[in-house]
Design a protein around this ligand. Sequence first.
Ligand SMILES: Cc1cc2nc3c(=O)[nH]c(=O)nc-3n(C[C@H](O)[C@H](O)[C@H](O)COP(=O)(O)OP(=O)(O)OC[C@H]3O[C@@H](n4cnc5c(N)ncnc54)[C@H](O)[C@@H]3O)c2cc1C
Length: 502
Amino acid sequence: MTKSPDIVIIGSGIGGATIAAGLAATGAEILILEAGDHLPDRPENRNPRAIFQRGHFRPKEMWYEHGGSAFNPGNYYYVGGNSKFYGAVLVRYRREDFAEMQHREGVSPAWPFAYEELEPWYSRAEKLFQVRGDDSQDPTEPRHSEPYAFAPVPDEPAIAKVRARLTAAGMHPFSLPLAIDIDRWLRKARTPWDAHPNADDGKLDAETAPLAKALQHANVRLQTNSPVVRLEAAADGKTIHTVHYRQNGEVRSVSPKLVILAAGAVQSAVLLLRSADARFPKGLANSSDQVGRNFMNHNSSAVLAISPSFRNDSVYQKTLGFNDFYLSDGNGGPPLGNIQLLGRISGAILKANLPQVPEWLLNQISAHAVDFYAMSEDVPHPESRVMVDGERIILKWHRTNWDAHLDLVKKLKSVLNKAGFPIVLSRPFDKRTPSHQCGTVRIGKDPATSPLDVYCRAFDHANLFVVDASLLPTSAAVNPALTVAAQALRVADHIASKDFAS
Ligand SMILES: Cc1cc2nc3c(=O)[nH]c(=O)nc-3n(C[C@H](O)[C@H](O)[C@H](O)COP(=O)(O)OP(=O)(O)OC[C@H]3O[C@@H](n4cnc5c(N)ncnc54)[C@H](O)[C@@H]3O)c2cc1C
């Protein structure tokens, strides 16, 4: 057994890296075990054909549908996790997302605490990730105790025209809050950043923001290429005693005082389920039988608005969104969701989905198109599940609220027609894109229905915390990472105040 640190954090993505930053100053010996390696600085990083057509960065692994067919998920294993590829939209859940919300299909349950409880840590997370934004533009924006420290990333001229057209069509576009230093990003190459990997080129992701900060402390250590394979409970079952991980083909073990699991919403559930033994046949932290259940992944579609008379010469594009259908459908009916721009979609990117169409033709279409992302809430459902079958990961995604999403896309099309885009095409994202996976080890007040308490501590094992997107009891209809980061900082303060690791 390797000498055991005070705290082991499993995974260096948004949850793991942010809690490491929050705990670093406590002086506790912290070891971060990360399955992947550092993302190298290579020409493929800015090559859309390598990224989208050849799937250069996609993992080799396969997950399985409930019926048995295999698919290759866009789930990334690098230092920094999925945030290495993210669109860097670091937006708060709306205040209303913390309360019960009736949707067209089902109810989005209330969080165990209100927006105001998390608010101070939202502000801290925005500072940590150097978010650029303006909290005065979106009527649904909840109250901020501190303004953003940086002005929003500017609209490019073509996008400024889109903003004006949307405003004229009655919408309330706002500048997306973004964790990107746009000048640095463009200095390396003039490409979008959404779904493009970041090798410290100006995108503030889990590695370049919180992890870099945590590693300035001598008591924090990162160990790469070290996937955790099993957790083992102590003899009395009340705590986790051992963390088993693989390194250089050997299984090694550590026995820290505190274990913080942050492997992502699918892999954290998988690890708890795979750690089943005779005492815990349903897996660890799972007396509620909720681990792996309530899997959510937004209902989302790419929507291309095309006009022969509109020329889109933007490079990055992704600077605005609107929430006019977020709290209601605009006619007093249930909520539909959020609209935001995608990163600029070129012919080379379109070709990944339309291989039979020549790239020159797709480039011509793209020159006259602006690309949106429509996102609707997926409400928790106990039969929406991550399961394990031997070595296989089974993802049985029971989508909910799909009709509301179709309605959101329909509303968006009519807004875009009104804004001067006569042709609007849409295509939904499916389970091969589990970008906004969440909910599988949720927080709550009742151990019968939630594996974790309100500070992400497992009800079943006093020294186990799970701090990644699996904690989210609802998916809302905005990007998840800032809420994960805010809760990670809140949990770090709680751990530090209780001195759990001593
Ligand atoms: C293309 C793309 C675009 C996105 N855009 C946005 C956006 O604009 N805004 C936003 O808010 N969100 C966005 N997201 C989602 C966002 O990246 C995730 O919500 C966020 O990264 C989740 O954080 P996490 O801590 O749960 O998991 P991750 O950040 O994925 O981290 C999990 C980490 O655990 C490691 N790991 C996994 N298994 C093990 C194991 N067994 N042992 C050790 N380590 C392990 C992984 O390698 C990884 O480093 C996007 C995601 C993608 C893929």
